[in-house]
Design a protein around this ligand. Structure first.
Ligand code: NDP
Length: 323
């Protein structure tokens, strides 16, 4: 039998139930993947609380996993049984021992990358990649702000931005996280957000920033705008503290700013984009420019404990759940 973590009603971590679920045979175009590791991501919290809605309930949550292809349906040519694969851009359903999935959402994992590392890096790593190279193309010499710089996306983004030649200002909530972000290349780290605009002014000699990458949302939105130069780009890509509900008039008041709310789903919806972003990530990891820090692991059946740690801001880097 197949086990999965399912949500029968939205709510706290206690709403996640470890139970037996059927495992269908792969339909045409699908593959059956036996998971070796499942990636923990903040979006899993949104699907558990109901901030983001599952297609129906009960729902198996989770966006990302690595594993081995066990069977394929008719017409599948990009993967075969026995292949080591990972995914991060399929519909929810990753918190399971095994699942069926559209085969065109799978990428093959290079031999040098282990299953834990693969499950930890695909979603957060491709996100860091598209944000830095497509949403706003960071140029060498530019100074950028990365919120939650010691977190999953944050730690990868910090290293990747350094690799691109940027100066990175990180924001974090504790001294320990500040040390971690610095150890991964952040040039300046600010603890707390109150002093951020003043620190940015000091660091940039008054010029302020061309771009801010904000994953925190409600609590940091206005402060982030205050760190931008006129015409600067506010990249609001997450809601860890809650969604942003501000009147867009604020963009005029703060200097004719640009605002985007991007998502990995759009940037990888075409197969060629998914392949390009996965290849770019594998490349920076293979070069050693980006190190994937799997700093926590939990049994998949204890996913509730992992959610508690993530929401209490107790995790750093990436986290995996082991079936
Ligand atoms: P993180 O590892 O970054 O964990 C979240 C971090 O956010 C915390 O560690 C904490 O860092 C910070 N934070 C600030 N305020 C709060 C709060 N009130 N509650 C909880 N955490 C808070 O998670 P991920 O790397 O998985 O995701 C980071 C963000 O990126 C999320 O918002 C996620 O939704 C978003 N994301 C968006 C994607 C997209 O396509 N748009 C794709 C992937 C992720 P600190 O203590 O240092 O402040």
């Amino acid at each position: 039998m197949n086990h999965a973590i399912r949500v029968h009603e939205y709510g706290g971590p206690e709403k996640m139930v470890w139970e037996e679920v059927p495992l269908p045979s792969p339909k045409p175009g699908e593959a059956l993947v036996r998971h070796k590791a499942v990636g923990l991501n903040y979006i899993d919290v949104y699907f558990r609380t109901g901030l983001y809605k599952a297609p129906s309930l009960p729902a198996t949550i989770g966006m990302e996993a690595s594993g081995i292809v066990e069977a394929v349906g008719e017409g599948v040519t990009n993967v075969a049984p026995g292949d080591r694969v990972a995914y991060a851009t399929a519909p929810i359903g990753a918190y399971a021992e095994a699942r069926t999935i559209k085969a065109d959402r799978l990428v093959k994992v290079p031999e040098a990358i282990g299953f834990d590392q693969a499950a930890a890096m695909m979603l957060q790593g491709m996100t860091a990649g598209f944000l830095l190279t497509r949403t706003f193309k960071v140029q060498p010499g530019q100074t950028i702000l990365v919120h939650a710089a010691a977190g999953g996306v944050g730690l990868i983004m910090t290293q990747w931005a350094k690799h691109l030649g940027a100066t990175v200002i990180g924001s974090v909530s504790t001294e320990e996280k500040a040390e971690l972000a610095k150890a991964h290349g952040a040039d300046h780290v600010v603890v707390g957000i109150e002093s951020l605009p003043a620190r940015v002014k000091e660091i940039t000699g008054g010029a302020m920033l061309p771009v801010v990458y904000d994953s925190v949302g409600r609590d940091t939105f206005t402060t982030s705008l205050d760190c931008l130069a006129p015409y600067g780009m506010m990249v609001s890509y997450g809601n860890a503290s809650g969604p942003v509900t501000t009147d867009i008039g604020i963009l005029a008041a703060k200097g004719s700013l640009y605002l985007t709310r991007p998502t990995l789903a759009t940037y990888t919806s075409k197969r060629e984009d998914l392949e390009a972003h996965a290849a770019a990530l594998f490349d920076v990891v293979a070069k050693g420019a980006v190190k994937i820090r799997v700093n926590q692991s939990f049994a998949l059946k204890d996913a509730a404990d992992a959610h508690r740690a993530l929401e209490a801001r107790k995790t750093t880097g990436s986290t995996v759940l082991l079936p």
